[in-house]
Design a protein. Sequence first.
Length: 274
Amino acid sequence: MNSVVEQMMGFYTDEHIDDSQKLREVMQKIALAGLYRGGFFSKAAFCGGTCLRLFHGLPRFSENMDFSLLEVNENFQIEDYFPSIIREFQALDIEVSLKRKEKSKEPAIESAFLKNDTSQFDIDISRVLKIKLEVDTQPPPGFLTESKVSLLPFSFMVRCYEIPYLYAEKMHALMYRSWRNRVKGRDWFDFEWYVRNNASLDFNHYKERVSQLSPQSEIPESIDEFKAGLRNRIDSIDYSLAKRDVAPFIADQSVLDIWSAEYFRELVELIRFQ
């Protein structure tokens, strides 16, 4: 194993964390380094749950990497950044492949899959790791960004959504994400994290996201209306399914014992807005 990769893996000391989770996160950090070297963050910002995990200490692992262009660019090509990502992995003696995912229902989203054969890491993981990278090429307006530092595999800066806009992004997903019979418990875990950490939700950006990304839905005119809709959503959730979804991504599953409609209704009253 490359010494830098070994150092990065060594940061995870909790014996309850699966090796595949550790390795996936190391790959995510290396991919960010490659994007940085390719100049990606002059045009785009990191967002989503993996951003919250890597730069704000969210205590759950995250699979995919979400990004947003700083301004609308329908001609953006994610393939332009494949060479810099691949070179970053090769510098650490890691062979990866990148493949662009053909657009389907969401023409504003550019997607690619990063794959690697985990056998070269001398870690006994039975499956090939795959990470999806998604870039929103037509982002809802009204967000701010900040630069966050990553120290490995070398020191570099990543442009990220500021917390109030990450929060708005998450609450839109929580309210309008359609998973048929599945419940995305990870969304509810993240919502709980934002409330616990006294984060502020940018309500205007939330409304922009509803307007652009969920045009068939009614935009809440007030915070009270937003809260009422959230309570309705809370009452519709099967919390056994929500716990099952998030459990593989956290070390201490006892934190889920309190989850119920009553509990999340209490959290609604603790939301801070900006």
